[in-house]
Design a protein around this ligand. Structure first.
Ligand code: HEM
Length: 125
């Protein structure tokens, strides 16, 4: 059993940033998510690179890395977007596609999903 923190098991910031890069590209071009006009508008207002940077910081921090998350909290940043249950599910499906593409093992996938799921009540209306 590998006892290292999730951050180390994932391969640190370079590996995590690569997954986030792929995942955010999927999110930004997702017809299911862009069908929500508030999400589509906000997605085109923020620069993809900055969005990827903040999500990478956040995931690294949550996984036990040395990074500190400097963005807004999830409730504040998603409050105006009116994200539905179906949109949440579409988001999780895209995350699964990225994790599978990078061959992230199932144990680590489970821990990443637990981190993401912990934000659901702040994000879904
Ligand atoms: C269906 C699910 C989601 C959608 C459609 C979505 C969409 C968006 C959009 C459009 C923004 C830009 C808001 C703005 O600047 O006005 C944003 C910000 C952000 N989202 Fe999400 N999001 C979702 C879930 C998540 C999850 C699960 C996380 C992480 C656990 C996350 C992390 C972030 C971060 C870090 C920001 C930037 C916060 C800041 O501006 O400081 N999002 N999201």
């Amino acid at each position: 059993m590998d006892n290292r923190v999730l951050y180390e098991r994932l391969g640190g910031v370079f590996a995590i940033a690569a997954v986030v890069d792929d995942f955010i590209d999927r999110v930004l071009s997702s017809p299911a998510l862009n069908a929500n006009p508030l999400v589509r508008e906000a997605h085109h207002r923020v620069a993809p690179a900055g969005f990827k940077y903040l999500v990478t910081e956040q995931l690294c921090h949550a996984a036990g890395g040395p990074q500190r998350y400097t963005g807004r909290d999830m409730k504040t940043s998603h409050a105006e977007l009116r994200i539905s249950e179906d949109e949440w599910q579409a988001f999780l499906d895209l995350l699964k596609q990225s994790l599978d593409k990078f061959r992230v093992p199932l144990r680590e996938q489970g821990e990443i999903f637990a981190i993401v799921q912990s934000t659901q009540t702040d994000i879904v209306v």
